[in-house]
Design a protein around this ligand. Structure first.
Ligand SMILES: [Zn+2]
Length: 170
């Protein structure tokens, strides 16, 4: 896939081999949903260790076949490939079909969206919108699928970012 931005491939960070071939195909893409990991931004571990901890958690504790999200963005603005885009993610209960999952690592109730994160998130979303011929209102925050409770995923600062992005002219 040709993106204008650098994406660190799943092969180069995953220490477990996912069983993604047991997952249903993504199907026609209609939505892109943004999440945060709701984890401590001052976490001392390197990104690859954090990502593998999350992968391990999703496989062992949640019982999924792979990490739940298609893309992961660190607070330094690195973009990591998660679950292969051919397959459904596990990120919005009941709404994973045709729904691309992007997670920003950190707690966006206490962290503001840094400029570097804002740029790569925008680039990634705009590439995906172009690739799948979608409009900006296809971009959701996780809380849009349930009660829109303040503080819920993707955190208030990141949700605000999404609302501003969606309200920009096409
Ligand atoms: Zn979420």
């Amino acid at each position: 896939m040709a993106y204008d931005l650098e994406i660190i491939t799943a092969d180069s960070w995953k220490e477990l081999i996912p069983l993604t071939d047991q997952v249903p195909e993504l199907g026609k893409v209609e939505l892109i949903t943004i999440h945060h990991t709701n984890s401590n931004p001052l976490h001392p571990l390197p990104e690859k260790v954090r990502l593998n901890n999350l992968l391990q958690f999703h496989i062992s504790d949640r019982g999924w076949n792979d990490i739940g999200y298609h893309f992961l963005i660190s607070n330094k603005g690195q973009v990591f490939e998660g679950r292969n885009l051919s397959y459904q993610g596990s990120h919005v209960e009941g709404f994973n079909k045709g729904n691309i999952g992007i997670v920003v690592i950190g707690d966006y109730n206490i962290e503001r969206v840094r400029p570097r994160v804002s740029i790569v998130l925008r680039n990634l979303i705009e590439e995906l919108l172009k690739q799948f011929n979608l409009k900006k209102d296809s971009v959701k925050g996780h809380r849009d699928f349930k009660e829109k409770l303040p503080g819920s995923c993707p955190g208030d600062f990141l949700y605000q970012w999404i609302m501003e992005f969606r309200n920009e002219k096409e």
